[in-house]
Design a protein around this ligand. Structure first.
Ligand code: MG
Length: 327
């Protein structure tokens, strides 16, 4: 049922969205009519951001909007695909001000515009907590999607950018560069396109290197060796973790970096590096796929045992909760 004012709310929320490629009918009818590019496979993914779990009101509404779409674009980047169309389901406490929700819409719109995405539909409903579920559709040339399943023992493991910054960016007093990694992640879309047809497998790093590597290994039927001495760390990360007993904890197990983890046959490594250079994305070799089972973390040839293996969204929420403000 539509509450009084809901039409206005929907109108304000959807105002920043403009139709784009392949959109025959966008917002305004009962359903969008979309035309996928010829010779392509259609890809679909969905991810929800929930207040208190993935963000608090200490995020600006623009940051909440940006992130809700960016995390979905990252999933399509990991498939080597091009994002095209998004559907946004917003659940909001009745107390939320329309102007504040409109700013979430603007955050989504700016992320959409930057990455060539059209928002083609949406829904606004009342709920006790704010959440945004974004469904993203994309396309990749037929049969060319980059999957988690293609890794082979002997393939090298590479990650883009730097690791652990987003997890450190949650902490009170974190420097601006780390806060931005947490609040305004930039998906590695161009790298995903460049790696399709070269890399053997890929996954985006939403839950931490070790956990997401575990997913890739499981899908590929391999194990892995990771060299803890090779992990790419930002200067800000090094400064924040200097002198800590476990300085690699966030790099190994912190979530939400939205970098790509790729595997590649050694014979194709030079091609992959050249492709990454062309799109201006740093790539670092961090390990190798081996026969199953298990993931071993090594340093100077010695086995390390990490204390945590994956990102825990609820633990993040507790950290977030201590600094949550109100809009
Ligand atoms: Mg993913």
């Amino acid at each position: 049922m539509t509450r009084p004012g809901e039409f206005e709310l929907i109108e304000r929320f959807t105002r920043p969205f403009t139709p784009g490629e392949g959109v025959e009918v966008g917002i305004g009818d009962d359903a969008a009519v979309l035309r996928p590019p010829a010779g392509h496979d259609l890809l679909a993914t969905v991810d929800a951001l929930v207040e208190g779990v993935h963000f608090t009101r200490s995020f600006t509404p623009e940051e909440i909007g940006w992130k809700s779409l960016a995390v979905n674009i990252s999933d399509l980047a990991a498939m080597g695909a091009r994002p095209l169309w998004a559907l946004v389901a917003l659940a909001t406490p009745p107390s939320a001000r329309p102007g504040w929700l409109a700013r979430i819409g603007r955050g989504i719109a700016s992320c959409a515009e930057r990455h060539g995405v059209s928002v083609v539909g949406g829904n606004v409903t009342a709920a006790s907590e704010l959440s945004i579920a974004v469904t993203l559709l994309g396309a990749v040339r037929r049969g060319r999607a980059l999957l988690r399943t293609g890794g082979q023992p002997g393939d090298l493991l590479l990650v883009s950018g730097t690791l652990g910054d987003a997890a450190l960016g949650i902490r009170p007093g974190a420097p601006a560069s780390l806060r931005a990694r947490q609040r305004r992640p930039v998906p590695r879309l161009e790298l995903g396109w460049a790696a399709a047809g070269i890399a053997s497998a890929a996954i985006d790093l939403s839950d931490g290197l070790l956990q997401d590597l575990g997913h890739l290994c499981e899908a590929s039927g391999t194990g892995a060796h990771v060299d803890a001495g090779c992990l790419p760390l930002s200067a800000a990360y090094r400064a924040q973790t200097q002198g800590r007993r476990d300085p690699l904890a966030e790099a190994l197990s912190g979530g939400e970096d939205y970098e790509l983890l790729l595997s590649v046959a050694p014979s194709r490594l030079a091609r992959l590096r050249a492709a990454a250079r062309r799109v201006g994305t740093p790539l670092t070799v961090v390990g190798v796929l081996v026969p199953p089972p298990g993931i071993r973390l090594l340093r100077d040839g010695r086995l390390l045992r990490p204390r945590r293996t994956g990102h825990d969204h609820l633990r993040s929420a507790r950290i977030l909760g201590r600094r949550g403000g109100r809009a």
